[in-house]
Design a protein around this ligand. Sequence first.
Ligand code: CAA
Length: 258
Amino acid sequence: MTYENILVERPAEGVGLVKLNQRRTFNSLTGPLMDELMSALETMDRDDAIGCLVITGVDRAFAAGADIKEMAGASPVEMMNKAFIARWERLRNIRKPVIAAVSGYALGGGCELALACDMIIASDTAVFGQPEINLGVIPGAGGTQRLARTIGKALTMEMVLNDRRLSAEEAERFGLVNRVAPVDEYLDVAITLAAEIAARAPVAVRLAKDAVNMALETSLSAGLAYERNHFYALFATADQKEGMAAFLDKRKPEWQGK
Ligand code: CAA
């Protein structure tokens, strides 16, 4: 499949990379770009040769948010009818881990897109912000919810109410990003992390992601039961038998993904 707004690559074994590639507009997240992104992610999610996905942008911008030109004149009904934000939800259904490799601006929907990924590797030039208040609106793709759950209420309020931006170093300190790397290395760091995860037991990786995400959705007792069920279910896989046998034999396991 050919895309106009993104580039799709296989930079390392087991890794699928999607690069948002609208440099002139700082990767404003137009409808066509988001449709291509979701379609590329879903294709990779179905590909057995890929175990972990990376989304990145260009060095000066991961993404500058939803496209303001597209929505400036819209009515609420038009926004709903064209599923302006609802299409973003498709990211939640990707079963394989998704890493955001963020450099430059991650503003508005760009920050929310990174937050919707499972992990974030940032370049030291990254800037995270929710500037929607300057446009007379609020975040619409998860910013208020995911930020509050990640960095807490006080700082989220400041970001959402008063356009407080976080540098890469602050984002790391507040637990928004996993790691910060120099701008000429952050993508390699993300790809290396993705390749390491892709080399692990695939079914366990998928259930691990699902269980961690459940922690943000449910009560502790329901979450513990959910985790325990996934743990027991993994004893039905060949990879559990292989992983434990390999440990006892003092050798490297060979995963089958079954
Ligand atoms: N939508 C549409 N176009 C955008 C855009 C966006 N989000 N961000 C940048 N662009 C376009 C500009 O309109 C401009 O296009 P033209 O050359 O055709 O005029 C081009 O990209 C370059 O932008 P600037 O001239 O502004 O470049 P700059 O270096 O001065 O500033 C920037 C760069 C800081 C990213 C600035 O463009 C900016 O603040 N962008 C908007 C950020 C924003 O408000 N994001 C939130 C959007 S709303 C949202 O995301 C809702 C949601 O929750 C889903």
